[in-house]
Design a protein around this ligand. Structure first.
Ligand SMILES: Cc1cc2nc3c(=O)[nH]c(=O)nc-3n(C[C@H](O)[C@H](O)[C@H](O)COP(=O)(O)OP(=O)(O)OC[C@H]3O[C@@H](n4cnc5c(N)ncnc54)[C@H](O)[C@@H]3O)c2cc1C
Length: 489
């Protein structure tokens, strides 16, 4: 038996001994002082995808666990005002767009197609109903959290280990006040009661582009203003160019290298004053609604981190080691509140790994292999390095590409915009990065993620038998193109 498995066995037996019969997660909501005040093995502050997953995993491992959530619903940003409602609206508006522009090509005819915005919003809200558990946690000591419950009560929750999973919040811009009516954050953009005639989106990141797509499909004239020279800066440059062209074909306008220097809400709509990013002549831009989508910031307000001496960086993110422990023993942090990609699935992975460490097991999250997806149409998904990053590292590489125009399934469904691009090490053929623009790129990317995780070569992907006709065949063909030649082009 190896040393590592011996250590794992020991930890496992220790856990079994400590296990109580059901080890339930106590989602803390009540105002009476006794609830949850017994010593816990794990206390989780925040019930988002990081926090609730950590709590469930801890309970599964037999640890006595309490989760505190101030919002009133579990699921955090993701389930309440993020991933899920935005994807519900993206799906509804995509159906509307398809009905208007594509169904007739497939021989499906309607006499008229209309929008019932209230019904669309109601369908979105149905996607995120969860139980109510309410309370605002703050540190009293590294092993004690005081909770102000939403129903006016108060309690103290003790834990041997405390995990901070308090997530992130919208980043505002200097001089711009978000009122969630005329000037909205993503939260307001998910709940507009009327379709704005003109929508200006400040920030060309994935959230801005997804929300811009939603309202563009419903008939808004959408202009995206971005300070940087490119949209979605983390995206592979070549894919990004095609993606921008695709969005422009959908009539989304882009004003890149442009900054907003003034906002006037005194009239009917909003008057924005803009100028080139490098300075120069000012012009104005009129909008009915402005979406501020300039990123998100870690949320630690009211936690009293300074009281127990937890270190944060300049951007307010909690600093952790590779076991998710802060500089204060027994206090951990995961998800959007620590450095790394601000994504729900990354927060979940953090949660599981953190609890595994607490339980004496071995967790692991590789931030270089976290897939990212923009859920527009087409979607753009990527994992690993971009061509620009590989060049900057001085690695010699090969590129294999395959367009969906040459993929039989994409042609059959008349949705063939996009490509697969694979980057592999020139000497070893090891896959370094995969970038996909396609209608369902967010599903296709996982084959590539597995390849990267197992250090596969592009030839390994190419030699796997892929079902026909599927979009996945484009990945196989791009892999063939990386070290040799594709068949169907
Ligand atoms: C519009 C939008 C779309 C998005 N789409 C995607 C997507 O498609 N895919 C994706 O992967 N990610 C997406 N994200 C990002 C994703 O939502 C976050 O990365 C994810 O929710 C982070 O999880 P978390 O658990 O770290 O934090 P959060 O989800 O922010 O949860 C933290 C929770 O902690 C609670 N809390 C905070 N402080 C306290 C306290 N002191 N006491 C008690 N409770 C507290 C908060 O109320 C909150 O519920 C999107 C975000 C937005 C805004």
């Amino acid at each position: 038996m190896t040393m590592a498995s011996l250590v794992r066995r020991k930890a496992y037996h220790h856990l079994l001994a400590a296990r109580n019969s059901h080890a339930p997660v106590n989602f803390f909501s009540r105002g009476f002082a006794s609830a949850g005040s017994d010593d816990n093995d794990v206390v989780v502050i925040g019930g988002g995808p990081g926090g609730y997953v950590a709590a469930i995993k801890a309970a599964q491992l037999g640890l006595k666990t309490t989760c505190i959530e101030k919002r009133g619903t579990l699921g955090g940003t993701c389930l309440n005002v993020g991933c899920i409602p935005s994807k519900a609206l993206l799906h509804s508006t995509h159906m509307f767009h398809e009905a208007q522009h594509s169904y007739a090509n497939h021989g499906v005819k309607f006499s008229s197609v209309g929008i019932d915005l209230a019904a669309m919003m109601a369908q979105k809200d149905k996607a995120n109903k969860v139980n109510y558990f309410k309370g605002y946690g703050k540190f009293v000591s590294p092993s004690e959290v005081s909770v102000d419950t939403i129903d006016g009560g108060h309690a103290t929750v003790k834990g041997k280990n405390i995990i901070v999973a308090t997530g992130s919040d919208v980043k505002s811009l200097p001089g711009i006040t978000i009122d969630e009516k005329k000037i909205v954050s993503s939260t307001g953009a998910l709940a507009l009661s009327e379709i704005p005639k003109k929508l200006v989106v400040i920030g060309a990141g994935y959230i801005g582009l997804e929300m811009g797509s939603v309202w563009n499909r419903l008939g808004s004239e959408v202009t995206v203003v971005e300070f940087a020279p490119d949209i979605v800066p983390s995206m592979d440059g070549e894919v990004r160019k095609q993606f921008q062209r695709s969005l422009e074909k959908q009539k989304i306008k882009f004003m890149l290298k442009t900054k907003v220097v003034g906002v006037d809400t005194s009239g009917d709509g909003v008057k924005l004053t803009i100028e080139p990013a490098s300075g120069g002549e000012q012009t104005t831009l009129q909008a009915d609604v402005v979406l501020v989508s300039a990123g998100r910031i870690p949320f630690t307000a009211g936690l009293d981190l300074d009281k127990i001496g937890v270190e944060t960086d300049k951007r307010g993110r909690i600093l952790v080691d590779d076991r998710f422990q802060t500089n204060v023993s027994g206090v951990y942090a995961i998800g959007d509140v620590i450095p790394g990609p601000m994504l729900a699935h990354k927060a979940e992975e953090d949660g599981v790994a953190c609890v595994e460490f607490i339980a004496g097991k071995h967790g692991h999250v590789d931030y270089d292999k976290v897939p990212g997806v923009v859920y527009t149409h087409p979607e753009v998904a990527s994992v690993g390095k971009t061509e620009e990053q590989i060049k900057a590292l001085g690695i010699s590489y090969r590129v294999g590409k395959f367009p969906f125009l040459a993929n039989s399934r994409a042609k059959a469904i008349d949705d063939a915009e996009g490509l697969v691009k694979i980057l592999a090490d020139k000497e070893t053929d090891k896959v370094l990065g995969v970038h996909i623009m396609a209608p369902n790129a967010g599903e296709l990317i996982h084959e590539a993620t597995i390849a990267l995780t197992y250090d596969a070569a592009s030839e390994d992907i190419a030699r796997v038998c892929h079902a026909h006709p599927t979009m996945s065949e484009a990945l196989k063909e791009a892999a063939m193109a990386t070290y040799d030649k594709p068949i169907h082009i």
